[in-house]
Design a protein around this ligand. Structure first.
Ligand SMILES: [Zn+2]
Length: 55
């Protein structure tokens, strides 16, 4: 199982969300908890889900 580091909490997760949090900003990967936090932001954009495991 692969993991990625969350952009905000810097912890390893197996499922992350690719989101944009600034206007014309870079795409970052965040965990579900941090994604909910950023969702309130005015420039939030969702760009997909990354999963570190295969079925
Ligand atoms: Zn996080």
């Amino acid at each position: 199982m692969k993991t990625k580091i969350c952009h905000k909490c810097t912890e390893e997760h197996t499922t992350l969300f690719r989101i944009q949090i600034q206007r014309k900003g870079p795409w970052v990967f965040v965990c579900e908890t941090c994604c909910l936090h950023y969702k309130k932001g005015p420039f939030y954009r969702y760009g997909g889900t990354w999963k570190g495991y295969r079925h």
